[in-house]
Ligand binder design. Structure first.
Ligand code: PMP
Length: 409
C-alpha cells in the first residue's frame, strides 16, 4: 500500500506540473454569466427575431450530412424559391452573412481580367466594386450620390461602353433608403450578353421583387432583415445563364469555401448522386432560416409587401408630423424596410441616436459609407413591422428631439 501511495503522489506531482504550464488564468469575464439586453432593433438590421424562430434555432443539433438535414436544406431551397419568385434549380443558402453571398456571386461568375459594371449609389456598390477588384476583374463604376438612381438609358449606355460580363445593382440601398427600379434592366443585360446581379439583402420580403419575371440572373439576400432570422445565413439563386457562365470557367474561383462546384453538391443541386463533405454548415442557423421562410410562406409575399408599405407610410407621416424631412423625396423610390430621415438642422445625429438607445432601448443608426452624416435610418422589418413599433420609434425620436441640445451655426 506504501507503494501505491508513493505512485499516486508522483502522479499528483506530474499533474500539478502539467497544470502549472497553464500560465494564463481563466478570464474573469468568462466566470460571469452571459448578459444580453433587450433592444428594439429599429435600425437597418439585424431586426428582432420572433420567439418561434429563436426556438427553431435552439433545437438539438443534428449532423450536417444527415438525411434529415438534407430534407431541411431541401425545404430551405423551396422556401427561397418562393421568396425570390424563381424556379431556379441552383438555389441555396450560403453559410455566412450577406457579404458571403456577394463574394460568392462575383467570385464564381467572373474570371480575372473580365469586365464588370457596378452601379454605386450608396455603400453596397462600393463593396461589390472592391470585391470584384480584389479578384482581378476590370471594374467599371457608375456613381451617384446617396439617394440617386440610374435610368435604363444610363445603364444601357454603360453596358454598351464597357461590355461587362456582370452588372451589379442594389435593389434595396439600405445606406440611402432607396428602392431601385429593376424593371427592364434584365432585358438590357440579356441583350448585352451580361449577367444581371441584384442585392436584395435589405428589401426581400418588404419590397416587390420577382426574380424570374424581372430576368434577374443572380439574386441574393440576408437572413437578418425582413426574414427575421439571426444573422449568418444568406439565400442566393443562380439561373441557367449564370450557371452556364460559372460552370464553364477557364480557371477555378479564388475561394475554395465559396466555390459553387462544391456548394451545388452540398445542396444537392448538381448531377452527382451523393452529397460529399465540403464544409460544416451552420446547422442551427439553417433551422432558424427554414422557420423564417416558413413564416413568410404562411403570411404570403404580397401580404408581407403590403404590410411593409402600410407601416412605412404610417411612419413617414409620423416623421413629417414631427417636422422632420424624409431623405428620399419620391415616395415610390422609398425603401419600405429602411426609412432615411434627413438629419435635422442644428442637431448632432450621434446624440439623438445615443439618447434613444439610453432612454428607450431603441436602436436607430446613422448613415453608412457615403451617407454618413446625411441620414438617420429607421428600419421596421418583418416581425418588427407594425404601427405599434412605428409609434414606439416616433415616441423615441420626439423625445430625443426635445431633450438633445440644438446648436446653431
Ligand atoms: N447589402 C445590403 C443592401 C445590406 O443592407 C447589407 C447589410 N446591411 C449587406 C448587403 C451586407 O450583409 P451582411 O452585413 O449580412 O454581410
Amino acid at each position: 500500500s506504501f507503494l501505491i501511495l508513493k505512485r499516486s503522489a508522483t502522479l499528483g506531482l506530474r499533474i500539478q506540473r502539467a497544470m502549472s504550464s497553464v500560465n494564463i488564468p481563466p478570464p474573469e469575464c468568462m466566470l460571469r454569466p452571459l448578459e444580453v439586453p433587450y433592444r428594439y432593433l429599429f435600425g437597418p438590421g439585424p431586426s428582432n427575431v420572433p420567439p418561434r424562430i429563436l426556438a427553431a434555432g435552439a433545437r438539438p443539433i443534428i449532423g450536417h450530412l444527415h438525411t434529415e438535414m438534407y430534407e431541411i436544406m431541401n425545404d430551405i431551397k423551396r422556401g427561397i424559391q418562393y421568396a425570390f419568385q424563381t424556379n431556379n434549380h441552383m438555389t441555396l443558402a450560403m453559410s455566412g452573412s450577406g457579404h458571403t453571398a456577394m463574394e460568392c456571386a462575383v467570385f464564381n461568375t467572373v474570371e480575372p481580367g473580365e469586365s464588370v459594371l457596378v452601379s454605386i449609389n450608396g455603400v453596397w456598390g462600393e463593396r461589390v466594386a472592391e470585391i470584384a477588384e480584389r479578384m482581378g476583374a476590370k471594374v467599371h463604376t457608375m456613381v451617384k450620390s446617396p439617394g440617386g438612381y440610374f435610368t435604363t438609358e444610363e445603364i444601357e449606355k454603360a453596358l454598351a461602353k464597357h461590355k461587362p460580363v456582370l452588372f451589379f445593382l442594389t435593389h434595396g440601398e439600405s445606406s440611402a433608403g432607396l428602392a431601385h427600379p429593376v424593371d427592364n434592366v434584365g432585358d438590357l443585360c440579356l441583350r448585352h450578353n451580361c449577367l444581371f446581379l441584384v442585392d436584395s439583402v435589405a428589401s426581400l420580403g418588404a419590397s416587390p421583387l420577382l426574380m424570374d419575371q424581372q430576368k434577374i440572373d443572380i439574386l441574393y439576400t440576408g437572413s437578418q432583415k425582413a426574414l427575421n432570422a439571426p444573422p449568418g445565413t444568406a439565400p442566393i439563386s443562380f439561373n441557367e445563364r449564370a450557371c452556364h457562365k460559372m460552370f464553364n470557367r477557364k480557371i477555378k474561383p479564388v475561394s475554395y469555401l465559396l466555390d459553387m462546384t462544391h456548394l451545388s453538391n452540398y445542396w444537392g443541386n448538381d448531377s452527382k448522386s451523393a452529397r460529399e463533405y465540403h464544409h460544416t454548415g451552420p446547422v442551427s442557423g439553417f433551422f432558424a432560416l427554414r422557420e423564417s421562410l416558413a413564416i413568410l410562406a404562411e403570411k404570403g409575399l404580397e401580404n408581407s409587401w403590403r404590410q411593409h408599405r402600410e407601416v412605412a407610410e404610417y411612419l413617414w407621416k409620423g416623421i413629417e408630423d414631427l417636422g422632420l424631412k424624409l431623405f428620399i423625396k419620391d415616395k415610390d423610390l422609398r425603401l419600405p424596410s429602411v426609412t432615411t430621415i434627413a438629419i435635422p438642422d442644428g442637431y448632432d445625429w450621434k446624440e439623438l441616436l445615443a439618447y434613444m438607445m439610453k432612454h428607450h432601448q431603441v436602436e436607430m443608426t446613422g448613415g453608412l459609407g457615403p451617407s454618413i452624416g446625411m441620414v438617420i435610418r429607421v428600419g421596421l422589418m418583418g416581425y418588427n413591422c407594425s404601427k405599434f413599433n412605428a409609434d414606439k420609434a416616433l415616441t423615441a425620436l420626439a423625445d430625443a428631439l426635445k431633450h438633445c441640445p440644438k446648436r446653431r451655426g
